[in-house]
Design a protein around this ligand. Sequence first.
Ligand code: SF4
Ligand SMILES: [Zn+2]
Length: 263
Amino acid sequence: MEITILENKKKYNRVSFILKDTSSVFANMLRRVIMDEVPTLAIENVEFRKNTSVLYDEIIAHRLGLIPLVTDIDSYKLPDECTCKGEGCSQCQVSFSLKAKGPGMVYASELVPKDPKILPVFPKTPIVNLGKGQVLEFEAIAVLGKGKNHAKWSPGTVYYKYRPQIELAKGIPNPKEVVQSCPVDVFDLKNNQVIVNKDNELRCHLCGNCVDVAPNHIKLNESDKEVVFFVESWGQLSPKEMVERSLEIFKKKLDDFCAQLNA
Ligand code: SF4
Ligand SMILES: [Zn+2]
């Protein structure tokens, strides 16, 4: 299998690459392992000391669980793999406290973590708007978890598509119409002829608009051996960490499988 990186921009928290000589089965396996098995930290338990806000404890706890937390994945263990056997210790959980008094919006940035490395990815995430004199006070525990158990632990979104293949015949009678039909600018005009813009070719999502306007001159196909793969992070881990971890996890699964076969 050959891999070509298309985009790896830190500021967009996204990587994309082409997998050649592969199948959708492999691509989907990779997608599932990244989204469902690569662990991140998320708030799992909240103990409210005071809450006189307009939101019930349960609603605030739910909102807290969905706040993405910067995850130092090497410093924490999954609770069921920890030496404490899931009872809770500094190796498998991190606590946060928050005390706020209204009036005003309470933001994720007001969470005070015991481990200063574990901070909300988006500090401006609102938790609740407190009215005058209302108070909110709680302790929260974040643990490592997996997206297959709850989406709050998923590190991001991963998707793929077959590589589009576009064939243009000569003598398209309505070149301008073809160029305008494409919502993602795959075509350009050159000497009044339609050409494929190589920079935008992979943006084609096979909507078929261009074929509708020139059915006898454009053929669309999707490669069954090349997959364009996209990994977007919610911010807990970098896309690179997401891919690397998923491969380690998959390798461990294969090793376990081999060990069982050899037992
Ligand atoms: S199928 Fe859609 S996206 Fe692809 S080139 Fe044609 S119009 Fe553009
Ligand atoms: Zn532990």
